[in-house]
Design a protein around this ligand. Structure first.
Ligand code: NAP
Ligand code: ZN
Length: 367
């Protein structure tokens, strides 16, 4: 009886699909390095698009999850959610993609499509839990989902994006996470002309935020702990740069910003940055450090300030962001790497030694 119940329960989840074996890069535990492995991809269903992956960005979330820093990683883990490639197969019911098209996949590959958040195009807040591109239960195979550090991916066309033709493909890959994660809160908090926005943590997300905020017409202040990044500020689009380790520079910008986007990946003192906000300003967290952050009550009470957060972006808004980048000719500053250099790239990412996003050339996966 128990077996029957399990079969019935699992029927919807995964007994429907056949699969094929492909090459990927992943890890077997929090402590082991990434290495080449084989994974299964489902056979294309009527609504599916199969994409040969050309480039995949390396997000700090990949590192957090590969090393189980958020505690919920299922192994083996194949990270990667900044995916661009070419359509190589479509199901009979696919309407919007054809073989040969460029296509992209971000952080989600499915969601319930019925809850209030999904109906409002905010699938990232799906009340029944979005299916993330990796490390979510796979709806069709008896494994977790596997990400873009792999040869190919099969995704329902409703969760596949279009890349504007004028954008460099490798430079466009990071838009699928770093781009949308910073675009979405800036739209929500009305970044634009007349607004001064501070961006903390100039890595993959932060440097995209600087470019996007500038294109939205805001006054942009880049806030970094790295003196080596100061001279890049103007080129990236910042109007001003603060080296946050310099107390005088921090003091001279006190009470000046409407919004701060916090893109820092590690533990840091939020309260030092809250002082930069004007009255009624908001500090919006997108960075996801491993440990809790401490907010001093006086940081929010004085000046009626808000401390808030934001997660990636919905599918419709991700397409809107890609089109915005196409219009303004915005891509990520990248360092293209060979697949075999992935572990070295992770170590460098941890040290903040990348300007500003590693992207894997997936053509190198086979050697
Ligand atoms: P990243 O490229 O490694 O950039 C992080 C930046 O944080 C570094 O370049 C550095 O900038 C700054 N930083 C690092 N350690 C610091 C410290 N101890 N104190 C102050 N600043 C420090 O990472 P990323 O890929 O942009 O991701 C950033 C964070 O966002 C990660 O935690 C990631 O998991 C999270 N994330 C969240 C979402 C979401 O939906 N909310 C989506 C994607 C990623 P400076 O050198 O300029 O100081
Ligand atoms: Zn990401």
């Amino acid at each position: 009886m128990l077996l029957l119940c399990m079969l019935f329960y699992n029927h919807k989840r995964y007994f429907m699909d056949t699969s094929s074996t492909i090459l990927a890069i992943g890890t077997q535990s929090a402590e082991s390095p990434l290495h080449q492995m084989h994974i299964e991809r489902r056979t294309v269903r009527p609504q599916d698009v199969k994409i040969e992956i050309l480039y995949c960005g390396i997000c700090h979330s990949d590192l957090h999850q590969a090393r189980n820093e958020w505690k919920g990683t299922t192994y083996p883990c194949v990270p990667g959610h900044e995916i661009v490639g070419r359509v190589v197969e479509v199901g009979a019911g696919v309407n919007y993609f054809a073989v040969g098209d460029l296509a992209a996949v971000g952080c989600m590959v499915d969601s319930c499509r019925e809850c209030e958040s999904c109906r409002e195009g905010l699938e990232q807040y799906c009340e029944n839990g979005a299916t993330y591109t990796y490390n979510s239960p796979d709806l069709h195979l008896p494994t977790q989902t596997y990400g873009g550090y792999s040869e190919s991916i099969v995704v329902d066309e409703q969760y596949v994006l279009r890349v504007p033709a004028n954008l460099d493909l490798a430079g466009a890959a990071p838009l699928l996470c770093a781009g949308i994660t910073t675009y979405s809160p800036m739209k929500h908090w009305n970044v634009g002309p007349g607004k001064k926005i501070g961006i903390i943590g100039i890595g993959g997300l932060g440097h995209m935020a600087v470019k996007l905020a500038k294109a939205m017409g805001a006054t942009v202040v880049m806030i970094t702990t790295s003196s080596s990044k100061v001279s890049d500020g103007l080129r990236l689009g910042a109007d001003e740069v603060i080296l946050s380790t310099d107390e005088d520079q921090m003091l001279s910008h006190a009470h000046s910003m409407h919004l701060i986007l916090d893109c820092v990946s590690a533990d840091h003192d939020i309260n030092a940055y809250m002082t930069l906000l004007k009255r009624d300003g908001s500090l919006v967290l997108v960075g996801l450090p491993e440990d809790p952050l401490q907010i001093a009550p006086f940081s929010v009470v004085g000046g009626r300030k808000s401390f808030s957060g934001s997660s990636i972006g919905g599918i419709k808004e991700t397409q809107e962001m890609l089109d915005f980048c196409g219009k303004h000719d915005i891509t990520s500053e990248i360092e293209l790497i060979h697949a075999k250099d992935i572990n070295n790239a992770y170590e460098r990412l941890l040290r903040g030694d990348v300007k500003y996003r590693f992207v894997i050339d997936m053509a190198t996966l086979k050697g």
